[in-house]
Design a protein around this ligand. Sequence first.
Ligand code: HEC
Length: 507
Amino acid sequence: MDSESNTPPPPKSHGRFFDWFDRRVGLRQILHEALDEPIPGGARWAYIFGSGLLFIFISQVITGIFLALYYVPSADHAHVSVAYITKAVAAGSFLRSLHVYGASAMIIILVLHIGQTFLFGSYKGRRELLWLSGCVLLALVLGMAFTGYLLPWDEKSYFATAVGTNILSEVPFVGNSLKEFLRGGTQLGTLTLSRFFALHVFFIPGMIFLFVAIHIFLFRQAGAAGPVSESPVHPRQPSEPFYPRQLLMDLSFTLVLICALGLLAYFDPAPLGPRANPADTLYVPRPEWYYRSFFEWLKFWHGAISVVGILVIPLVLAVLFAGLPFYDRRLERRPWRRPLAVASFGIVFVGLVYLGARSYQDDERDPDVAAQLARQNEETEAYMREPFVPQALGLPTPSASPVVSAALPSHSALYMAPSATSASANALIARGKAIFQSHMCFSCHGQGGVGTAIAPRLIGIGNKFSPAQLEHLFHHPLPQMTAGGMPPVKLSPQDMKALIAYLDSLK
Ligand code: HEC
């Protein structure tokens, strides 16, 4: 035989293209590294959460890029740009809802992932850095949830963030400086929004990419921990490669996530409330559900000792949590042999659930709060029903010339505070039309005021009454209006102006 018989047989061919690629990229080696990771004790459903988190993170990045195409991080335009996404962009509300629900899903799966790691004792045996990188990721995800919440700049997000950033002033000595640093001033405004935007879109995601890489690297370095009966340092149980069974389990979980998020986003789109009004003193702020427990916890601490409850206790818990693999050195992994660890985990978990539930209960029990929260919900629902109104009543007007805005693609013009009178008049009319719709005027006066059998035509009403007379008419309706069942028109002066502008435009 010739010398060729000494060389190893060539690897199984997967087709010419694959082989061509493999010789240049080393694809076989990469796939081997990625897919043949041994799992002691074999594939299990308990291990799916890490991949689930990775999937949600990627989904958040993709939907986030889409939102960033439209979003404008300024106090003047943030809300109208999110309203535009929600109400005018094709599938905009769906993609935004995926992003909103994705954030909640991330927190839920994170809790499951941590719970699994904790109960299986998978942090043991040379996995201290792996655990620490996971703790950093947990903090980063909570930071994403906090910074993203402000971006829509609706009432809910504005007031919740005002409360959230206020907590910083509890920090001794530097608290107020810290708060001003995060807010970019004493108040929440455009600088706060650009700060939160930069954190939410550049800084924290960059850190998450970095720490996901570190986390996965350290995980592969330590190896999968396997079932609780396995030694965390020298696995002895027969192992099974990641591909195909574990990969299939992970992918099935991902599929469940896709379906759940898709159905939720489709059938229950994430709401957007009216634009934040910092002067609204009645607004009752409430954080998103995952911050509810902490929110409730804050209620117990007042006065000089509040720093203990608001900072010291959470910090001590955080250090105990992050330091876990450094002081829990036993290699025992079975939960029933670790009563202290499991009990403390259970107490913290049950405590958090209890506080969260209590927070919702408190709201229901206080009739004033319950009524105000219900009102806020109604306002949000009413706002969601209104058609998209190009902004900008009473906003400071930049000096963009109408020529410039006419040259822009139509939807970017929508974000501009209109400078030409005609543009702001159009906005006023559009707003008036929305009020005409939402107050059901059309149910008697017909769509566009064409008139019906029950109520007269409103087209041309501007010739009959001046705006001042119309306003007087609404404040003092004629007997035949009341008799005909026309409800009293109660509106804010701004809305009244808009409605009259709309009626006046019906020609
Ligand atoms: C339940 C039916 C109903 C609804 C809803 C209703 N209207 Fe009327 N409206 C009437 C009737 C009836 C009259 C009086 C007809 C008459 O003069 O005999 C009237 C009169 C008016 C007039 C005076 C018309 C004229 O020529 O004198 C105006 C303006 C008007 N409505 C505006 C509105 C607006 C704006 C809304 C929504 C905020 C509204 N209406 C909702 C039934 C209704």
